[in-house]
Design a protein around this ligand. Structure first.
Ligand code: SF4
Length: 63
């Protein structure tokens, strides 16, 4: 099991992660990012792509 962490002190709701991995990340109507904290092994690669795409380097994967 991989866990997804987002540092909300860094996140500026750019939405790149949502674009790359919409099954994991979403921006609410309030422009606040929400995400699934536990992802399957199959989702790890796309989650890493989302982390790499984040201009704030706010996304960290664990496990
Ligand atoms: S790409 Fe980074 S800054 Fe943008 S919404 Fe996702 S976590 Fe936040």
């Amino acid at each position: 099991m991989t866990r997804v962490h987002v540092d909300m002190n860094l996140c500026q709701s750019h939405g790149e992660c949502v674009y790359v991995a919409p099954d994991i990340f979403e921006l609410g109507d309030d422009d606040v990012l929400r995400w699934r904290e536990e992802i399957s092994p199959e989702e790890r690669e796309v989650a890493q792509e989302a982390a790499d795409a984040c201009p704030m380097l706010a996304i960290r994967l664990e496990g």
